[in-house]
Design a protein around this ligand. Structure first.
Ligand SMILES: C[S@@+](CC[C@H](N)C(=O)[O-])C[C@H]1O[C@@H](n2cnc3c(N)ncnc32)[C@H](O)[C@@H]1O
Length: 144
């Protein structure tokens, strides 16, 4: 939990059921991977990708300490997801897509790896109103 930096609960957006396959884009330390693995059970498959090797190392340690055999992590970005087309039933993401500088590419990649009828459930932060345009290049704009 020390390394958790999600901004919400992607599991609130819909159920994750036994036997399903799920990808967490920007899994960080892997907390949502651990939650997801309990939902899908031993017949399901959980994968996580992140661009930061240090976070993946922590995720691997967390997965190992929980003794989870159905979870794997790989280095990869939202904009270039290292999985085949139609691989997952569900993609989740928590506090990551706002960081992408190529959001359209990220969504295209997510839809590519989702199978027919697949679901994207993500929690994120966004700006409302005109503030982003008024202060686009200040430190304040990043923390507002
Ligand atoms: C705010 S943290 C959220 C981590 C995790 N989802 C959680 O709930 O704790 C953002 C994470 O996204 C990763 N990240 C940032 N940009 C990314 C991208 N374009 N593709 C994949 N991961 C990314 C970072 O390395 C970091 O681990």
């Amino acid at each position: 939990m020390q390394s958790f930096c999600g901004v919400g609960n992607p599991f609130k957006a819909g159920p994750v059921s036994e036997g399903e396959s799920l990808l967490d884009v920007g899994c960080g330390a892997g907390i949502d991977l651990i939650v997801a693995s309990h939902y899908v059970g031993e017949t399901g498959r959980i994968c996580g990708i992140d661009i930061t090797p240090e976070m993946l190392k922590i995720a691997e340690q967390n997965i190992e300490s929980m003794g989870l055999g159905n979870v794997e992590v790989r280095e990869g970005s939202a904009e270039s997801i290292p999985y085949e087309d139609d691989t997952f039933d569900i993609v989740i993401s928590n506090g990551v897509l706002n960081l992408s500088t190529r959001k359209k590419m990220a969504f295209l990649e997510i839809f590519r790896v989702l199978g027919p009828g697949g679901r994207l459930q993500f929690a994120d932060i966004f700006l409302e109103g005109e503030r982003a345009r008024e202060t686009p290049c200040t430190l304040e704009a990043w923390s507002d």
